[in-house]
Design a protein around this ligand. Structure first.
Ligand SMILES: [Zn+2]
Length: 455
């Protein structure tokens, strides 16, 4: 997951908010999420009868538990040897070795250090893909876990070591059921997600000429509590654009800067920024992300942190703008241009450019609904939550795969608030509750198994 200005923005707009507040907000989130589905959980009694009756699904659960320790060891090895986007040589080689050990067909060197493992079931059938990203991030902060990074300045603080491991866990579990498997599963291990080059490079290198999945899935660890999966149909992260406005530099440059800031702030459609940007409200049962009445929908947000540059005698001002909806964003851009052109600075105005800062996954609504039903039926109503709200300031180039193949991007809960383990991606304190490896492996092995032979 690429994070752009999310937490920086919160902290800038709410300088009083410290990391401990974020922790307590997610602790609150944990309590709320634990309390909320309680009745549903009792009603469903954990797992449905269908699940218990299915020998294959029981075997999936058993295998997920059996390989858990070795998966944790694998993840810790990746964590200790993180590699930045474009340099994932060791990581890719370890993944390929693991896949070969499972008896999968393996292709390497796709779009850089991309790896694809192909699991052929004993019987012919549908074709599905699972994607995991594998790169790490630059970070000078010391690691907060015992199995710390051995590479100075590089750390897995976005959980891609966990993603790669879960994908291998799913490959292992499904390979153990190969004789019963009807169809083909492609495991795509993508390099360079953080610099958003990897998906593009794999596609350009002929990924979808080599393989032809009918559906594609992926997950990202998230600050939600361990044991749950969250997703939504459509856009899961807000679109995020950089706007750059260029003016002739002159005596009125300071006035122009003030005018631009004011105009940009006027584009924000958030009624109460104090409430909106307060992370304490993300988990609020009435207005938070998983509430049907969420305030985190249908908005245009303007992110503080303007970049002002003197470029060859020209004044360039840029800022980031997020939106949940293309139509809203278009309207905001039109208004901005109109206000500049009608202002007293119109003679100094040289032009405006917009650039997409990242890619935002768009979940297929039918597949999201089917996946939600599958997870709930097999693992209980307290396992899956719909995220009604849309978070601003994050993205993932999994979106490029979704442009080719319909699919779903899930957020996997990976925090244990009681132990102060918060899967706060890109935070120097990022860590995960490793139980999420087992949870992800069994839930998504089951989902893929069901999607191979849909009802
Ligand atoms: Zn990430």
């Amino acid at each position: 997951m690429v994070e752009i200005a999310r937490y920086n923005t919160w902290f800038k707009k709410n300088p009083q908010i410290k990391f401990s507040n974020v922790v307590s907000s997610f602790y609150l989130c944990c309590i709320l999420l634990a309390w909320w589905p309680y009745e549903q959980a009792i009603a469903q009694d954990g797992q449905s009868d269908d699940f218990a009756q299915s020998a294959v699904k029981v075997a999936i659960n058993a295998r997920s538990a059996q390989i858990f320790d070795s998966l944790v060891a694998f993840r810790r090895d990746l964590h200790q040897h993180p590699e930045l986007g474009g340099n994932e040589m060791r990581t890719a080689s370890k993944i390929a070795e693991y896949l070969l050990g499972l008896g999968l067909e393996v292709k390497t060197g796709i779009g850089g250090y991309g790896v694809v493992g192909i699991l052929h079931g004993a019987k012919k059938g549908r074709k599905l893909a699972w994607r995991a990203d594998i790169d790490a991030l630059a970070s000078d902060h010391p690691d907060v876990v015992d199995f710390e990074s051995t590479v100075p300045g590089v750390r897995h603080i976005c959980g891609h070591d966990v993603h790669a491991t879960i994908a291998l866990g799913i490959a292992d579990v499904l390979a153990s059921q190969k004789e019963q498997l009807q169809g083909t599963v492609y495991f795509i291990f993508q390099p360079s997600e953080e610099n958003v080059r990897g998906a593009k490079a794999m596609i350009a290198d002929g990924l979808f000429e080599d393989i032809s999945p009918e559906e594609i899935y992926a997950l990202h660890v998230s600050p939600y509590p361990e044991g749950i999966v969250v997703s939504k149909a459509g856009r899961i992260f807000a679109d995020f654009d950089e706007i750059e406005m260029v003016f002739t530099k002159g005596k009125d440059s300071l006035e122009i800067i003030d005018f631009v800031k004011e105009t940009l702030n006027g584009l924000e459609t958030i009624e109460n920024p104090e409430i909106f940007y307060d992370p304490m409200n993300f988990a609020d049962p009435e207005i938070g992300l998983v509430s049907p009445n969420t305030i985190y929908k249908d908005y245009v947000s303007v992110h503080s942190g303007y970049y002002i540059r003197d470029r060859d005698g020209e004044l360039a001002i840029s800022a980031n703008i997020g939106s949940t909806d293309d139509a809203l964003l278009k309207k905001a851009k039109k208004r901005l241009e109109k206000e500049i052109k009608h202002s007293k600075y119109s003679n100094s105005f040289l032009g405006i450019t917009y650039s997409d800062v990242t890619y935002h996954p768009e979940n297929d609504s039918g597949l999201t609904e089917t996946a939600a039903r599958s997870i709930t039926e097999n693992f209980g109503g307290d396992t899956y939550f719909e995220q009604y709200g849309i978070v601003s300031g994050a993205g993932d180039d999994f979106a490029l795969f979704q442009e080719k193949v319909p699919g779903v991007y899930f957020l996997l809960g990976a925090s244990d608030y009681e132990k102060d383990i918060i899967a706060e991606t890109h935070s120097p304190h990022f860590q995960v509750d490793e139980n999420c490896i087992k949870t992800g492996t069994k839930i998504f092995s089951t989902l893929l198994l069901e999607r191979l032979v849909p009802n």
